[in-house]
Design a protein around this ligand. Structure first.
Ligand SMILES: [Zn+2]
Length: 64
């Protein structure tokens, strides 16, 4: 009974259920998601660098 649920996957980009291998239902979704991921990664990196700078700044201020 649960076999049908186990066999299908959900596309990582659009969330649509599909049957087959891979994480995306189509090549379009794969390409689109890659671009979104790259954007998100850049935003995360910027946030990370900003927090590190703030942390270092706070540390320097507390030492001085
Ligand atoms: Zn999709």
């Amino acid at each position: 009974m649960n076999q049908k649920i186990a066999q299908h996957r959900h596309c990582k980009a659009c969330g649509k259920a599909f049957v087959g291998d891979g994480r995306y239902c189509s090549e379009e979704c794969e390409k689109g998601n890659e671009q979104t991921m790259r954007k998100k990664r850049r935003q995360l990196l910027t946030l990370y660098i900003a927090s590190v700078i703030i942390l270092i700044g706070a540390l320097v201020m507390s030492v001085l």
